[in-house]
Design a protein around this ligand. Structure first.
Ligand code: CA
Length: 361
């Protein structure tokens, strides 16, 4: 991945002036492929045309065949809609952060329609789901809830061309290394015969029923229906098995529930349970969790399960997503696996609650 450092670097005419406003680093160019762009004005188009040489070099270094590269990269364009959507994200340039309340989010994402459709699919696929649970140790209702939340059970999987979207995001540069790796991964999927027409997804590059990034497709796509192919675009059961593979890979422990709603006594000394560890990734998300304590310790502090409970010796953290005197949740290590899927407390909580509802409470 460091190959490009050793390549000769051409400074584009005029690029030093725009470097102050353009987050792009100087672009690597291969001597054999140094064409007209170096003489053109440093417009966005010129920048991307030159950047494609880097995408070609990265793909080649990762072992993607030249025929695949040549049939794809030269024809890529920037997708301005992708850039617009990326800039509207938390942490993006147009979106100063603010944490809204959880309750309205929950009402939108744990709906009777999602619950009913999840239950219907649960019944349809019951046999396969039982096999997947034995194989991966993940409760099927959690798989169903992720599937429902991500794509409304396969009805919204995204129509962006992944190759173009990932090239655009890599070029834009806010998370360049991440998106360059995903670009190379989608090139590998193309190279091994996945049709371009199938490689559609969200503007951010998530694809198929599980909404995996291409590198995750390469690593964890799983055959669940037994036909020998891991088809996360055409087989719901393959999609569900792939989600199970992901959660197990993220550390899911069998027979531990994700979390439970609890009531917190007004006497709880919150200052005494503050988590002082800073998470290496997704720090703002983990900062909303308390210290780890066993269920026994939480009980001793007066925190009471509202419905089901969790074994006394299991560790859990407390989150109060809507502040004091509202429903709070104790979260186990398996909640962390859901966060690994999508690092947002609202996402993980609503997945857990949708899973509970699908399973009947
Ligand atoms: Ca299959």
């Amino acid at each position: 991945m460091r190959l490009w450092v050793a390549l000769p670097i051409l400074i584009l005419t005029g690029s030093s002036a725009s470097a102050q406003v353009d987050p792009l680093a100087p672009l690597p160019m291969q001597a054999v492929a140094a064409p007209a762009p170096s003489y053109a004005p440093a417009s966005t188009l010129t920048g991307f045309a030159a950047y494609k040489q880097r995408l070609i070099a990265l793909s080649r270094a990762a072992g993607v065949r030249q025929a695949t590269i040549q049939a794809t990269v030269p024809y890529l364009s920037l997708n301005s809609r992708v850039i617009q959507l990326d800039r509207g994200q938390p942490g993006g340039v147009n979106n100063p952060n603010a944490i809204p309340p959880f309750a309205p989010y929950r009402r939108r994402h744990v709906t009777s329609s999602l619950i009913n459709r999840g239950q219907a699919r649960y019944r349809t696929h019951w046999n396969r789901l039982a096999t997947i649970e034995r194989r991966f140790g993940v409760e099927p209702q959690v798989l169903m809830a992720i599937y429902g939340h991500e794509t409304s059970y396969g009805s919204v999987t995204g129509g962006f061309d992944l190759v173009e979207a990932l090239a655009t995001l890599a070029y834009e540069g806010r998370r360049r290394q991440f998106f360059e790796e995903e670009f190379v991964a989608v090139m590998k999927l193309l190279d091994r015969g996945t049709p371009r027409s199938r490689l559609k997804g969200s503007w951010a590059g998530a694809t198929g029923y599980p909404q995996f990034m291409p590198s995750v497709v390469l690593r964890l796509a799983t055959d669940g229906d037994g036909d020998g192919y891991a088809n996360i675009w055409g087989s719901e059961v393959d999609g569900l098995a792939s989600i199970a593979a992901y959660l197990r890979d993220a550390g899911w422990k069998p027979d531990v529930h994700w979390g439970i709603p609890v009531s917190v006594p007004s006497t709880l000394n919150r200052a005494a349970i503050v988590n002082r560890l800073k998470a290496p990734r997704c720090a703002p998300v983990y900062a909303r969790h308390s210290q780890w304590k066993t269920m026994r310790e939480w009980r001793a502090l007066g925190v009471r399960p509202l419905r089901r409970t969790i074994a006394d010796n299991e560790m859990a953290t407390l989150i109060e997503p809507d502040g004091r005197d509202e429903t709070a949740y104790l979260l186990t290590t398996n909640y962390r696996a859901i966060l690994d899927y999508n690092c947002s407390n609202f996402y993980a909580l609503s997945v857990g609650l949708l899973a509970d509802a699908i399973a009947g409470g």
